[in-house]
Design a protein around this ligand. Structure first.
Ligand SMILES: Nc1ncnc2c1ncn2[C@@H]1O[C@H](COP(=O)(O)OP(=O)(O)O)[C@@H](O)[C@H]1O
Ligand SMILES: [Mg+2]
Length: 272
């Protein structure tokens, strides 16, 4: 298996938009440039974080990696396979989990995962066995109660469990803990760490939570306006500004590099 889980080179993605409210945003020829000349590499077994404010291009980037969007520019390789040339192979190697995970809330974890397994073309008996295995290994005991009776953190775990149905080795987690209460947030974070250990998975996650990036990620890329403006270990990023800011946090790093706040009052309000 290739030692580079992910190789992203000069990827760009713009959206056509004539929305008047978008005029305030960066735009060229009526286009919103969501991701611009982004390059980075993720090693096998790493947890790599993309840290950036709302609207910085994180979801667009994840959608490009998940083959849901076609980039306008650049090249993406997953375990050495070109995303566009070997789309079929790549699709077996990756799985994306997003906050807005589509579940049937009245159905149980088992029923939801069986439904997903059918979409993957697995037969019922095989699926049932595999789902038991996955949920057990992930410590999810409530197999048969409706999802709506489970905590949001637990539901998010089920979403991640679903991502293991097709044995992905690169997990794409788009803001896995956004909107969760502190306890659920901690549960999901611990879970991500476990999943990496137990399943030999590589994880790419996006977040606007600097503590999360600090706690979970081996390396962090800071993204702003669709561009990666710095990339290093959390400590390496802090070292960048150590001489100007004593005991810096990643938030300080972001502010020093961009002159902006990472999390705005508005974000805080919309999260509660
Ligand atoms: N389908 C789309 N059509 C037009 N503009 C889009 C679309 N998706 C995202 N954008 C714009 O691209 C930028 C980046 O958005 P997004 O990738 O969702 O950022 P993030 O996930 O970091 O909040 C934003 O300005 C957003 O409005
Ligand atoms: Mg997003």
């Amino acid at each position: 298996m290739h030692h580079l889980a992910l190789n992203v080179q000069h990827v760009g993605k713009s959206f056509a938009s004539e929305e008047p409210w978008l005029k305030r945003l960066r735009r060229r020829n009526g286009k919103v440039c969501a991701v611009s000349d982004v390059s980075f590499q993720v090693k096998r077994g790493e947890i790599y974080g993309i840290l950036g404010p709302n609207g910085s291009g994180k979801s667009t980037l994840i959608r490009c990696l998940a083959t849901l969007l076609i980039p306008d520019a650049g090249r993406i390789e997953i375990f050495g396979h070109d995303l566009q040339r070997d789309e079929k192979t790549v699709k077996r190697l990756i799985n994306r989990v997003s906050v807005d995970a589509a579940f049937f809330k009245k159905l149980s974890a088992m029923e939801n995962l069986l439904y997903a397994a059918r979409l993957y073309g697995m037969d019922g008996a095989t699926a049932r066995k595999r789902i038991r295995e996955i949920l057990e290994r992930l410590g999810i005991k409530e197999l048969h109660q409706p999802l709506e009776h489970m905590s949001r953190g637990m539901q998010q775990k089920v979403a991640i469990a679903r991502a293991f149905l097709n044995s992905p080795i690169l997990l794409l987690l788009d803001e896995p803990t956004t909107g969760l209460d502190p306890r659920s947030k901690r549960e999901v974070q611990e879970f991500v760490l476990e999943v990496r250990e137990d399943h030999d998975a590589t994880v790419l996650l996006t977040t606007h939570d600097m503590d999360e990036a600090d706690k979970l990620c081996n390396r962090v890329a800071i993204i702003d306006n669709g561009k990666i403006i710095a990339e290093d270990t959390s400590q390496g990023l802090k070292n960048l500004i150590q001489d100007r800011v004593p005991n810096p946090t990643l938030e300080d790093v972001f502010m020093e590099l961009t002159g902006k706040q990472l999390v705005t009052e508005e974000d805080l309000v919309s999260e509660t």
